[in-house]
Design a protein around this ligand. Structure first.
Ligand code: ATP
Ligand code: MG
Length: 449
């Protein structure tokens, strides 16, 4: 690996020089130190990626040197070089934190091999743990916003089910966050870091779905020039998310059911059995039970899937979450687009609370996006609020409100700030009402506007 810096610690000049030359021809950079003490200084200052140290040195022994290094760094790989036959000290070195040992006289080829192997393992480990951190951060439960009782219940269910191998069926209307739920099931399971494969059954034409799922052998049909792995095979060791499973054609349902029962299958055009190990997560916005009754979904597959069912609640059934969702989206969108952050007016928020949200959280998110950029809520949401205002119940409310606003303005002698405070609404909301009811603001105290 180019750019990898190896620290060589040995009190014998010639050994250091030879090692350094050999490692340089392999493309490594080297730093040398002639004792444990200087080795520690070079380690602190030079941040090497790898350490080779002799065991027997004057004053600080190799083992003590390793102990000191490990106090400040637990991950840098270390190989200790010991005299032939001193296995017990090699064991001691490993206990002190060395990754491996080599006996002298050194077999240089073996040493080179060990170094590259350890470096590879470490970098893979690092990559995996980065990946894991990222995934958890990006796809954890924290991303599912909502504190309503129905969301609390759901998140407890996710936490309980995620670590198991059980199939999960997620049911809920469009835009309620089924994909987020599927993702967080995977990232809270031991399978995190393993593949997470998504198949959107509604997006693949019926004629292609089998080869997409099961893969095919070379020559399975014209155009199949090489063997291709299917999505099921790609999910090996991880999770398979079948989105919109209600759209899966009946013939394919039967074939898929066999896979989950038998844990193996044949690629299209093949006989050999491929073993599979995946955790199945499925989602649908259809009522699968009804689909079963209508003969459009296999009942045996339905029962197999329905072991654990997570229902993602509609937004109108958890309206108390709207302010939190709206504010979070608003801040997020402002930050992403470098827009000065803004807040929703109380009146705007109450429009959002009134609206029935047929498109659920997705619709709310889009609406807030528009608000962040254009500064107003979409027409249909404002119209919905107005149409409610004009209903008979609304008009008496209106009349009441108009009188309240008039009175507040009168009492505060036209001071908008104080009138708004008295009404417990924002100033912008008060202006909106003044405009809506065509009120004139009494002259009195000059407002700072
Ligand atoms: N509880 C939630 N917290 C935060 N964001 C959410 C939540 N629910 C949904 N979203 C967001 O709303 C959008 C739609 O969610 P998602 O795609 O998961 O819905 P879905 O249920 O799969 O819908 P469909 O059935 O149409 O595929 C996404 O941008 C998602 O991030
Ligand atoms: Mg979806």
């Amino acid at each position: 690996m180019a750019g990898t810096k190896i620290l060589i610690v040995d009190d014998k000049n010639n050994i250091r020089e030879v090692l350094s030359e050999i490692l340089k021809t392999e493309g490594y950079d080297t730093v040398m130190a002639d004792s444990g003490e200087t080795g520690l200084i070079s380690f602190r200052e030079g941040h090497p990626d790898f350490i080779l140290t002799d065991m027997i040195m004057k004053k600080v022994s190799g083992v003590d040197f390793i102990r000191e290094v490990r106090k400040i760094n637990q991950t840098v790989p270390i190989i200790i070089l010991t005299a032939f036959g001193s296995i017990s000290s090699a064991v001691e070195a490993i206990k002190a934190g060395a990754d491996d040992y080599m006996t002298k006289p050194l077999n240089y080829d073996l040493l080179k091999l060990k170094i590259s192997k350890i470096l590879n393992e470490k970098s893979l480990e690092k990559e995996n743990s980065n990946l894991r951190d990222n995934l958890e951060e990006k796809w954890g439960l924290e991303n599912i916003i909502g504190r309503s009782p129905s969301m609390e219940k759901m998140s407890n269910l996710i936490k309980a089910v995620a670590p198991t191998k059980s199939s999960v069926l997620i049911q809920g209307e469009s835009g309620t966050g089924k994909e987020l739920i599927a993702r967080s099931l995977h990232s809270h399971s031991p399978r995190i870091g393993k593949p997470y494969v998504v198949v959107d059954c509604s997006a693949i034409p019926e004629s292609l779905i089998e080869s997409e799922l099961f893969g095919y052998e070379k020559g399975a049909f014209s155009g199949a020039e090489v063997r291709k792995k299917g999505r099921i095979e790609e999910a090996m060791g991880g999770s398979l998310f079948l989105d919109e499973i209600g759209e899966l054609p009946l013939a394919c349902q039967a074939k898929f059911l066999r896979v989950i029962q038998e844990h193996h299958f044949a690629r299209v055009g093949g006989n050999g059995q491929v073993h599979v190990d995946f955790r199945l997560i499925a989602a649908t916005n259809r009522n699968l039970k009804e689909e079963v009754a209508r003969g459009r979904f296999r009942s045996d597959l339905y029962y197999r899937l329905n072991v654990i069912c997570i229902k993602s609640p509609t937004l109108k059934d958890r309206k108390e979450d709207i302010p939190l969702l709206a504010e979070t989206f608003l801040q997020e969108i402002c930050r992403e687009n470098n827009i000065a952050s803004r807040m929703l007016e109380r009146e705007e928020l109450s429009m959002l609370m009134d609206y029935p949200w047929p498109g659920n959280v997705r619709e709310l998110k889009n609406c807030i996006q528009r608000y962040a950029i254009l500064g107003s809520l979409p027409e249909d949401i404002r119209e919905y609020a107005h149409s409610r205002d004009n209903s008979p119940a609304g008009s008496s409310l209106h009349k009441n409100e108009r009188e309240l606003v008039e009175k507040a303005l009168r009492d505060e002698k036209g001071n908008i700030t104080r009138a708004a405070a008295r009404l417990e609404i924002g100033r912008k909301a008060l202006y909106n009402r003044i405009r809506r009811y065509g009120l004139t603001v009494p002259k009195g105290t000059v407002d700072s506007d």
